[in-house]
Design a protein around this ligand. Structure first.
Ligand code: UD2
Length: 371
């Protein structure tokens, strides 16, 4: 540092500030200036460190603006300095966010679990659209015994607050129980033929759903949920399931590798899926979507079963095998987790299942099937 720098400073000012000695000391050695600058810089650094850490800077114009906007919208919101704020309770869905289960398919369709959706937001969206949901269920021959519990629990948990048409396909209309229904909900009994084998009854559901689409579903409902009757509802099951086309993960295979899925493996069947192929194993007992999508799917599955019949082959798991083939070729837009179809008696209650929404009712196969 050149001593000439001091030459223009009025000596009186230095003396008035009592810094005369300092000036003298600095004038003696130019390197001392360097030391002073370094010490000042260090002090500034320490000051900045503490002010940022404690966040005691005054809000800038942007922050002040956002505080005043918040204030106008909600008089209860107080502007606050961050370090004084208590941690806020997070919204329910955030605090329960899932990290223990897969949430997306490889084609980016959501997999629906408890903690992945906010009921209130979804209800706002769907109630505005005034949707009606159709639920198809088959109670043929002795399976009518399951209707009462199914319908009673559905009234408690299934699409509560929405218009629902229960389409009961049966050969025994007199056995359809009359249960009290919430407003906007009705049971529509559709009389259909029965078949000798339970497998045929199960498979012909695809044909009947596609046949009745034009007579009823297209005019009467927006979405269809197609469900087994030997089940009951045990927790909320609402509009979070609705999507263009949805399937449900089979409770026995939700974590299995595709090579171990019980797909139809014989190339002679229309339901054939080669080893190593496939995404998930879906349950035959719960699928759905818009009427158009369900119509296309049930029609395609029925036609595939007709071809199999002509070729003298029946897929290993009947309609379920054909459903799996269809959903392999036409990826569903939403996948329901096993919360949406579970068998507690068979599989217990693992920790990842926070809710059981639709569960199997124990049945004695020998007693109930083909009767
Ligand atoms: C599984 C599937 C089922 C179907 C079947 C094909 C689940 C929970 N279930 O069920 O959807 O794909 O495999 O093998 O994923 N039914 C009658 N009367 C009868 C027989 C059947 O109404 O005499 C109807 C009834 O709605 C029943 C459904 O067909 O829920 C399926 O039959 P199941 O439940 O006896 O077949 P299961 O348990 O093997």
């Amino acid at each position: 540092m050149s001593p000439s720098l001091f030459s223009f400073s009025p000596p009186k000012v230095w003396n008035m500030l009592g810094l005369g000695t300092l000036k003298e000391w600095l004038s003696n050695n130019s390197k001392r200036w360097l030391w002073v600058i370094l010490v000042l810089a260090a002090c500034l650094g320490v000051y900045r460190f503490f002010t940022l850490k404690l966040n005691i800077t005054t809000p800038g114009p942007e922050l002040q603006k956002s505080i005043s906007i918040q204030h106008q919208h909600n008089p209860t919101v107080q502007p606050c300095v961050q370090h004084q704020e208590k941690p806020k309770a997070e919204p329910q869905t955030k605090s329960q966010r899932r990290i223990d289960v897969p949430l997306l398919t490889p084609w980016l369709a959501p997999i629906v679990w408890d903690g992945t959706f906010d009921k209130d937001i979804l209800n706002e969206q769907f109630q505005d659209r005034n949707v009606t949901i159709g639920l198809t269920l088959f109670a043929i021959k002795k399976y009518v015994v399951f209707l009462k519990l199914f319908l009673e629990t559905a009234e408690k948990y299934f699409m509560v607050g929405y218009k629902v048409n229960y389409y009961v396909f049966t050969d025994r209309p007199a056995d359809v129980p009359k249960i009290p229904l919430q407003q906007g909900r009705k049971v529509i009994t559709l009389v259909v033929q029965n078949y000798a084998r339970w497998q045929d009854i199960s498979m012909h559901r695809m044909e009947m759903i596609s046949n009745f689409s034009h007579q009823h579903f297209f005019q009467e409902v927006d979405y269809l949920a197609c469900m087994d009757v030997d089940m009951k509802f045990s927790d909320h099951l609402g509009v979070e399931i609705l999507s263009s086309l949805f399937g449900t993960l089979h409770p026995g295979y939700y974590r299995a590798q595709p090579k171990s899925f019980s797909y139809e493996r014989r190339p002679q069947s229309q339901a054939y899926i080669p080893k190593g192929k496939g995404d998930f194993y879906y349950a035959g007992g719960f699928f759905g979507g818009t009427v158009q999508q369900v119509y296309e799917m049930t029609k395609a599955c029925h036609e595939a079963m007709l071809i199999d019949k002509k070729n003298n082959i029946e897929a290993v798991w009947h309609d379920e095998s054909h459903l799996n083939k269809y959903l392999f070729l036409h990826k569903p837009t939403k996948v329901l987790s096993p919360e949406y179809l579970w068998d507690e008696q068979l599989l217990g209650r693992p920790a990842f299942l926070r809710k059981l929404r639709y569960v199997a009712v124990p049945k004695n196969h020998a007693e109930i099937r083909n009767k």
